[in-house]
Design a binder for this molecule. Structure first.
Ligand code: ATP
Ligand code: MG
Length: 577
């Protein structure tokens, strides 16, 4: 491609609306432009990168025997009603106003189960792996960071259909293998975490994560062993609250003005570990009280999974008052006016000598013995792991990091096949629901995550695998130096003939402008044809990422470029875990 004829609208200034580095650079390097909130056009350079990522994905999916489909984005709402996901997706599901009965698909489990029902009849028709690379629509409440969280985006989604649970394990394993290869080939440093399946309703799921400040997920990662988990399911080996040998008699005492655990600890010189805070949530319309130790933080997603609730929210101050008789600072598990489900965090299991609210404003109880003084319906893990807590596997202090979820693999089970009647006859002639898995990759997210990890103050640093072109040919002769121009023209031909994708900056711009744009676009190699170089019979190559420079005679240039591209590809960082 000749730059003079290309549509590459680069920007010198950082666009004010872009917070994430990847967003800034994707706009500045002319890869994308915003059309509406969370909706982006891919410009030619950006689309070339998309195609490269999609090619890698296709190759690895085909390698595990997956077959490519193309499902419609317009879906009949009935199939979504049958699985209960119109409710579960809520406002994220785009509805159409002028055509009732159709929705825009945010994912395709329903469609897959629909077709499986039509044509999968027997165990002999299984297993199957179906995939597509297609546009998804999600009315994200907060589209952010450019293409990292869009309302319309491209997903590789695949679905496994199996007759047995062992079959599902195998399909899941194949996907995990393919995902490792895909992200590795894309040059991402990633880690894999156990995750919460959320509204998908599956049993086991893992997320592929890329550490980055632009990430919207939080993960606990062990710097020593392979433990890594989304904060929504992360555990740690924190000390439980020890049960003291003796429980003193329960005592109600006045605590005027106490609103928080901090107040309680300060004003009454109580150890924080002996304070139990009580929170009230409404889960699918039913109230539930949760007891946590001192300043431990509740993790709402953990609570939601424990309860299997679709809807979860904190009780309003009015609800709190009518359920407990007190406001937030003074509630507790003893003396509730109405019966509530009471859960306590594992860290408080069987604890005694605790302090908690008395369900009367300005009063607390002390010497509470959870065994003796109140009913705890269940001990559950609902606290949020904090940085520095010991790893559950090796006790090394955990790191808490921000990360971008680039891929997600789920063992779904039979939820969707049962809801849509996708059954098959097993070897004994018994009718059974097909066992499903579902597996997603955000194509744009791979690109943004790559840029988050591979850039410097001048621009993007592409790897040969994802770069829109491999070589940025820069001609510095201009009209007054026809021999330089001729040499560059000839090199451009030769490079393409050798299969090396080349962007040729033939614009009548200054050297400074050309170098800045070359660094911003970030193609792996810059090939500079200058009058001074030619006088000495030399061409100059600059490696974009390392800034290493090489002087090469024109006759050897193709071979050297091929070697360098190969070497840079090899040097790409390999994956963690
Ligand atoms: P998130 O928690 O970030 O919303 P999700 O759990 O909703 O993600 P999945 O439904 O598992 O995501 O979708 C599969 C993949 O699609 C994700 O791993 C991610 O890479 C990508 N993806 C999901 N939502 C978006 C979005 N709004 N914009 C871009 N990519 C997305
Ligand atoms: Mg989501």
């Amino acid at each position: 491609m000749r730059y003079s004829r290309a549509f590459i609208p680069t920007l010198r200034e950082i666009p004010s609306e872009a917070q994430a580095v990847s967003h800034q650079l994707m706009v500045r390097a002319g890869l994308i432009r915003q059309l509406a909130a969370g909706v982006y056009s891919f410009l030619p350079l950006g689309w070339r990168v998309m195609q490269k990522v999609m090619r890698i994905i296709r190759e690895e999916m085909e390698a595990i025997g997956a077959q490519e489909f193309h499902f419609p984005a317009l879906n009949p709402i009935e199939i979504w009603q049958q699985t209960g996901r119109v409710e579960a997706m809520g406002d994220v599901l785009f509805m159409l106003k002028n055509r009732e009965g159709l929705v825009l698909a945010p994912t395709h489990e329903e469609v897959v189960a629909f077709h499986a029902r039509q044509h999968i009849k027997s165990y002999k028709d299984l297993p199957q792996i179906w995939y597509q690379i297609q546009t998804k629509f999600r009315n994200e409440p907060r589209p952010r960071f450019g293409v990292l969280r869009g309302r319309q985006f491209t997903m590789k989604d695949s679905y496994s259909l199996d007759a047995t649970w062992e079959g599902l394990d195998e399909s899941y394993r194949k996907h995990a293998h393919a995902y490792h290869r895909i992200f590795r080939r894309c040059g991402l440093r990633f880690f894999v975490v156990g995750a919460s399946s959320g509204a998908m309703g599956g049993s086991l799921s893992q997320e592929f994560m890329v550490e980055s400040p632009a990430g919207e997920d939080t993960c606990a990662v062990c710097p020593q062993c392979d433990y890594a988990a989304n904060i929504e399911v992360a555990r740690s080996a924190v000390e439980p609250t020890p049960r003291l040998p003796e429980s003193q008699p329960l005592e109600r005492f006045p605590t005027p003005g106490v609103r928080t655990i901090g107040d309680l600890v300060q004003q009454f010189a109580l150890p924080e570990e002996r304070c139990a805070k009580a929170l009230v949530y409404i889960a699918d319309g039913k109230p539930v009280m949760v007891l946590l130790r001192g300043n431990d933080e509740l993790n709402q997603t953990k609570l939601q999974s424990v309860l299997g609730a679709v809807w979860l929210r904190p009780a309003t101050p009015e609800e709190l008052y009518s359920l407990t008789g007190a406001s937030a600072g003074s509630i507790g598990p003893i003396g509730l006016p109405s019966p509530l489900l009471i859960l306590a965090d594992e860290r408080l299991r069987e604890a005694n000598e605790l302090v908690s609210g008395a369900n009367s404003d300005g009063y607390h109880y002390r010497h509470i013995d959870l065994r003796r003084d109140c009913r705890i319906d269940a001990y559950v893990d609902v606290r949020t792991v904090q940085a520095g807590e010991p790893c559950p596997q090796c006790r090394t202090p955990l790191r808490i990091v921000r990360a971008i979820e680039v891929g997600h693999i789920f063992k779904l089970g039979t939820k969707y096949s049962e809801a849509l009647g996708a059954t098959f006859l097993d070897e004994e002639g018994q009718e059974r629901p097909i066992i499903m898995g579902s597996y997603g990759i955000g194509v744009e997210r791979i690109i943004a995550a790559f840029i988050e990890q591979h850039h410097d103050e001048h621009g993007i640093c592409w790897s040969p695998a994802l770069a829109p072109f491999h070589v940025h040919l820069i001609e510095l002769g201009g009209e007054r130096q026809p021999s330089v121009r001729q040499m560059a023209d000839r090199l451009y031909e030769q490079l393409w003939q050798a299969g090396i994708e080349t962007l040729y900056d033939d614009r009548p711009e200054s050297a400074g402008v050309k170098f800045n744009d070359a660094d911003l676009l970030g193609l792996p190699l810059q090939l500079i044809v200058s009058p001074r170089g030619l006088e000495a019979g030399q061409l100059e190559i600059k490696e974009r990422c390392s800034a290493r420079r090489h002087s090469v005679e024109p006759e050897r240039i193709i071979a050297v470029i091929q070697q360098l591209l190969e070497r840079i590809s090899e040097l790409e960082p390999i994956a963690v875990s």
